[in-house]
Design a protein around this ligand. Structure first.
Ligand code: FES
Ligand SMILES: [Fe+2]
Length: 360
């Protein structure tokens, strides 16, 4: 019998103390996707987002993209209370005024005025913002490697199959609350061992299942597949972008390109040890979605995405059972996962242990 790596101990998915360590060891030190450059293309545009257990603001300060915590340095009110779960893009007139006592900040995070009081130099702590093929990522850690060092070459690989990514705009967003730990969601996303059983539409209509591979490359996982056979699926091949590629960035961001240049993203926001907010966004040439584009979105959401919802919730319930012992994981000698193996799962566990560095 081959040696199989074992699954992760159940407590990593169920223990609130481990979740608290992850907020610091992972989410305060990793690159997390928060949106796209088109959302802050104009001076005065700002974007709010959740990074682990922190709120951040990304702003266009007269053409410079800045990032800082979403917290007033007076008595702690959120500077821009988020109006939606996904983080919102909005416009301000050059400054942000705190809703509590109306202290006002410049878009680099420095205090502009405290209603005429002299309070000294005050600046909101900044966060790093970097750009990956047009998508904006934030890292709270000033000493973290650059995004390009974090996932070397991934931006170029995405642009090779989806060259229009930097010009796209937000066209549609859907969210779903998963009753499971964020790692259950991310592991599920990054393995297709369950696809032939769970995702019949995806493996018959969107990709050719035999071509599906998931390759682990450090903190990145690159999913690839060729588009379906037009004869069998009715899918029409176009001149560009016939194949499927997805580019996962550890820990919780992924950019996908479906056949036909359908660029869409996954963000998983960990809310509690057993609750994760999924944010799906679709990025087309216009903010208005055509009937055909909405059909693609609906098909994706109603089949491939929704088929995983009950699966993930059920795994969370099962993992906390006294009757669960982590099982063997199925791997392939190449280390590349497919519809027959789940090599990416032990790889993700390795990234987890490396980030936690013995703290739990
Ligand atoms: S908490 Fe923001 S002005 Fe007082
Ligand atoms: Fe799935």
């Amino acid at each position: 019998m081959p040696d199989h790596p074992q699954g992760l101990a159940a407590r990593y998915y169920t223990d609130p103390d481990i979740f608290a360590v992850e907020m610091d060891a992972i989410f305060a030190r990793s690159w997390i996707m928060v949106g796209h450059q088109s959302q802050v293309a104009e001076p005065g545009q700002v974007l709010t987002a959740q990074v682990g257990d922190e709120g951040v603001i990304v702003a266009n300060d007269n053409g410079t993209i800045t990032g800082f915590y979403n917290v007033c340095q007076h008595r702690g009110h959120q500077l821009i209370p988020p109006t939606g779960p996904g983080g919102e893009a909005t416009s301000v007139k050059g400054t942000i005024t705190c809703p509590y006592h109306a202290w006002t900040y410049n878009l680099d995070g420095s205090l502009f005025h405290a209603r005429g009081e002299q309070v000294g130099e005050i600046c909101i702590p900044t966060v790093r913002v970097e750009n990956y093929a047009g998508f904006l990522f934030v890292n709270l850690d000033a000493d973290a490697p650059s995004l390009e060092e974090w996932v070397p070459g991934m931006s170029a690989e995405l642009l090779a199959i989806a060259p229009k990514t930097p010009e796209r705009v937000l066209s549609h967003r859907r969210t779903h609350l998963i009753d499971a730990n964020w790692k259950i969601a991310v592991e599920n996303y990054n393995e297709c061992y369950h696809c032939p059983n769970v995702h019949k539409a995806f493996t018959s209509g969107v990709v050719a299942p035999g071509s599906f591979t998931l390759e682990s490359k450090g903190r990145a996982i690159h999913q690839r597949a060729v588009g379906p056979d037009p004869e069998k699926s009715g899918y029409t091949r176009t001149d560009e972008g016939n194949d499927y590629g997805a580019f996962f960035t550890w820990p919780t961001s992924s950019i996908q390109c479906y056949p036909g240049q359908v660029i869409n993203t996954f963000r998983w926001v960990p809310l509690a040890v057993d609750h994760t907010l999924l944010i799906r966004e679709w990025w087309f040439d216009s903010p208005d979605v055509s009937v055909e584009q909405m059909e693609v979105i609906d098909l994706d959401w109603d089949t491939t995405v929704a088929e995983d919802f009950d699966i993930m919730d059920s795994v969370q319930i099962g993992i906390r059972s006294r009757g669960y012992t982590p099982g063997p994981l199925i791997t392939h000698p190449s280390g590349i996962a497919s519809v027959h193996s789940e090599d990416t799962v032990p790889h993700l566990h390795g990234l987890l242990h490396e980030a936690l560095a013995g703290r739990v």
